[in-house]
Write a protein that binds this ligand. Sequence first.
Ligand code: ADP
Length: 730
Amino acid sequence: REDKVQRGESQKHENGANRPHNPPASRQNKLLQVRQSLPIWPQAANIRNALLENHVLILAGETGSGKSTQVPQFLHTSAWCTGRIAVTQPRRVAAVSLARRVAEEMGTPLGKSPQALVGYNVRFDDNVGKNNRIKFLTEGMLLQEMLRDPALTEYSCVVVDEVHERSVNVDLLLGFLRGLVTGTSEAAKKRKGKPLKVVVMSATADTEKLKDFFSEGFGQPRAEDSIPTVDGSVQPLDDKDLPAEKSQETSVASLNKISTCFVEGRMYPVQTEYLSEPTRDFSEAALLQIFQIHRKEPMPGDILVFLTGGDVITNLQQAIEDMIPNVITKDSGLPKLLVLPLYAALSQAQQQAIFSPAPPNTRKVILATNIAETSITVPGVRFVIDSGKAKIKQFRNRLGLDSLLVKDISKSSAIQRQGRAGREAAGKCFRLYTKSNFETLEKDTVPEILRCDLSSAVLTMKARGVHDVMDFPLLTRPSREAMERALLQLLQLDALNPENGNISELGRKIARLPLTPAHGRTIIAAADPEMGCLLPVIDIVACFNSENIFLEVKDQDANDEAREARNKLSRRQGDHLTLLSAVQAYASERTDRKQWAKQHLVSHRSMQNVMDVRKQLRAQCQQAKLLTKEQLATTDDDDDLNTISESTGNNILKCFLRGFPANVARLVPDGSYRTIHGHMAVAIHPSSVLYGRKLEAILYNEFVYTNRTYARSVSAIQMNWLEEIYAAPA
Ligand code: ADP
């Protein structure tokens, strides 16, 4: 058996039956049964044949039909598939949990072990082994790999999943892949004639746009007639007996171009209810609804609640847990409730918990962001509560910044959310808004590329050899002005060569860091020996790349002691150095960090995340030769901020000015702050340590909109620093 395992390993094109594994047979059989019951299973032969004959397969199918887990398994034994299969995901959570699931289904270990056929690679976590055939990764990571290898030569196939989400990264990826698959891009030559196949998967049936996009790449403006489709005939497929493929060798020229396939999902009826009056507080409404369902609706049937973000989820979880003892009493005879959060910043273990069945006589309540809309299928759900809101990234032209805003979702999102209730049986969906409210929602969510700051996207193109970014193939084209603004911003950051618009050396360095160009530029400025403040700047940037570390101080729950402890972390120069002092104090706490966080009204969970990001950023900076081992060795987490001198503090802020040159406002005679570009009024956010202060000028990292425009993460600066910085050579 061992022997066979070894041989199976090295023979990459063995038929599925000879897979090298040794799992308990019963578990494996059970998993196979589950796989065979998925709606996509009967289409396996069609999907394999479609890719044998075509370059591109566009596959639309209801969430949970088995696209993400099954398609890579259908393909990896195909004769043409001699390289790896990449499967991209918009979110880290999905990439990791899918990889784990597929490895389990294949009965092989995950990641780096020599037997592992499945691995994953997400920002800050690379778990890919030499022998992996299937690699799950985020869209951003695949773009990152293209810096090294723009032709993606290690892959035979790229499966682009969740395309309907239309993240900027997926749009960029489709542009690059179109160039490779049609052989029209510069990079395509490096594949030396080895074809790349692309599977584009979407949870919505709107495939025309994708088809046209790829047809255009093949030089067929609208080629519907010549596009063969494979929907229709359904052939059951035995995994051990995959159908013979038509020919062992396919040359690029003999291939057809594009094929389309639809997978019908199973869908039970979902009864939908609306509020009769709009609510101002959807958390409160969700809380009531959860307990109403629990009292009235029979078991089994878990509840999935769609909310906006980690903070709202944590608060609601607390509120539910506080209410449980009052409602679920011994006399009530009600089953138990188990509350599980699900959002991007959670640890993998916490995220994995949603897949385990509830203990006996217990109903699960999953509090999720729109991550559960299509990315992750939560089993056991029969009740959906939809807040109608989501946090989305929005670019403000006049302010030149991205901000995360809580917005109404689109109709298509509402329908996706509703669908989560009817996967396994008839279900119910409770919308926390009125029917007329629903009617006013936008039909579809606007693609991110039309909403966000394009500087990252443009730098991504430039760093991968795209000279004329205006000409790059994009599924949805942003306005010319938006592209020009991004180019200008990159010029200000010295990321482009002002003479020819090509990427500069500095731009390349920025592009290699997994950060926005503004944060990347800040880091690089800090690494300059004259500034010499890279480590503290990394600490602060790590905070900006995590959820807020400071808990909201509410009057009732903050005792004086905690407030005082928290105030001790404050620094008069502003929020940047205050974040730094908090990170350093936390890092130097050796005995009980959880307790420390509690005592200082700091979120332990966010802090753990900050420490994680900081570790990764340090490693990345080391790789990029911005940081030496010696520098790292001399850092001592016992340093607290008292050792950060005034001049180092100033240098830190100057580095942020480098990255955010436009985010400056100065005090004007009427006592308000006005941005130096655009002369817009901004106020310091109440959460800032500088709230209410009058200073010569302020630097800020982000904007928040409520009833007025607030600058958040604010520090005091001197106007003459601007001249000092821009007089110096880049
Ligand atoms: P699709 O991509 O069409 O949305 P998936 O392939 O993601 O479908 O899911 C197919 C099935 O596999 C679903 O029923 C889902 O619940 C299950 N599944 C996916 N990932 C996991 C996991 N990590 N653990 C347990 N079950 C999973």
